[in-house]
Design a protein around this ligand. Structure first.
Ligand code: C2E
Ligand code: CA
Ligand code: CA
Ligand code: CA
Length: 282
């Protein structure tokens, strides 16, 4: 094993496995630099369904990277690389423009209130290279109100909200966009933050949904979360809904929207079109 001396007596050993992981990461990093230009990156859309009517009301945009030799690379693998290299700014801006054009089409064809949510990781809030003004202008050029976009953020962001973070969140809200708190229940949420930042949607993490049975603690938790969210004026979206039982329990708990494989996996825009006509899961 190669040993690297760190300071006087601390050694860090690189095992062959670590070496290989580092090499893969390095190669991915280089590949990611031209992935956008080479059109290897695309956006998948997953429907968000009104539980009461079964209608598709929204979609979440989820990025996909079709690597020429490695095939589909998981976002969990390449988003951190994009963040470390700063490429996330360019990718995030590209996603926003794609989504804006897509939401214009679907609002036109299917539903005037249609909304698409985009994910923004904390790293995208902490640096100041996003040209939000350009994004908002792009919406205006397309004749779209801010409300056609929701921005999904995670709990950690609200906890260490610096001035940059607060200003950006405010900029989105001022442009009429809505905000969703993603993965709710997995972090250190504080209700006061939800109120302070006027979050519009709370997304209950899949971890709670997968444990749902009629008399489980997860059911009690879901009911409590939904009730609190409603008191604070938020709508609730359940993530990772995979079964009809889960859907029914969520409805019973008062949940507003559902998202998950029961309705559809994330799919290319062309396939999403077909979902509009075949909405109900049952
Ligand atoms: P997320 O925002 O929590 O997205 C939900 C993840 O759950 C997605 O994984 C989705 O495919 C998956 N999912 C949806 N329904 C079900 C279900 O019923 N069962 C199961 N088992 N999984 C379900 P995905 O697409 O691999 O994305 C992973 C994460 O990558 C996302 O988690 C998000 O944090 C991040 N991500 C994706 N696109 C973007 C992007 O454009 N920008 C940024 N910053 N992050 C992104
Ligand atoms: Ca999300
Ligand atoms: Ca989530
Ligand atoms: Ca997540």
């Amino acid at each position: 094993y190669a040993a690297k001396k760190l300071g006087r007596s601390r050694f860090c050993y690189f095992t062959p496995a670590m070496q290989e992981a580092a090499e893969i990461r390095l190669r991915l990093t280089n590949d990611l630099r031209h992935a956008l230009a080479d059109r290897q990156i695309w956006v998948a859309y997953q429907p968000i369904v009104d539980l009461a009517t079964g209608e598709i009301r929204k979609a979440e945009a989820l990025i996909r990277w079709e690597h020429p030799t490695r095939g589909l690379v998981n976002p969990a693998e390449f988003i951190p690389i994009a963040e470390d290299t700063g490429l996330i700014t360019e990718i995030g801006s590209w996603v926003f423009h794609q989504v804006a054009e897509q939401v214009a089409v679907w609002r036109n064809r299917h539903s005037a209130q249609f909304q698409i949510s985009i994910n923004k990781s904390p790293a995208q809030f902490h640096n100041n290279s996003d040209k939000l003004g350009d994004w908002f202008e792009h919406l205006q050029r397309l004749g779209l109100p801010g409300g056609c976009i929701a921005v999904e953020i995670t709990e950690g962001l609200l906890l260490d909200a610096s001035n940059t973070v607060t200003e950006k969140l405010l900029a989105f809200k001022n442009a009429g966009m809505q905000t969703s708190l993603d993965d709710f229940g997995t972090g250190y949420s504080s209700l006061s933050y939800l109120n302070k930042y006027q979050i519009d949607f709370l997304k209950i993490d899949q971890a709670f949904v997968s444990g749902l049975t009629a008399h489980s603690t997860d059911m009690a938790l879901c009911e409590a979360i939904i009730m609190l969210a409603h008191v604070l004026g938020m709508k609730v979206i359940a993530e990772g809904v995979e079964t009809e039982v889960q859907r029914d329990l969520l409805m019973q708990a008062g949940c507003d929207y559902g998202q998950g494989y029961l309705f559809s996996k994330p799919v290319p825009a062309a396939d999403f079109e077909k979902l509009f006509s075949s909405t109900r899961a049952d």
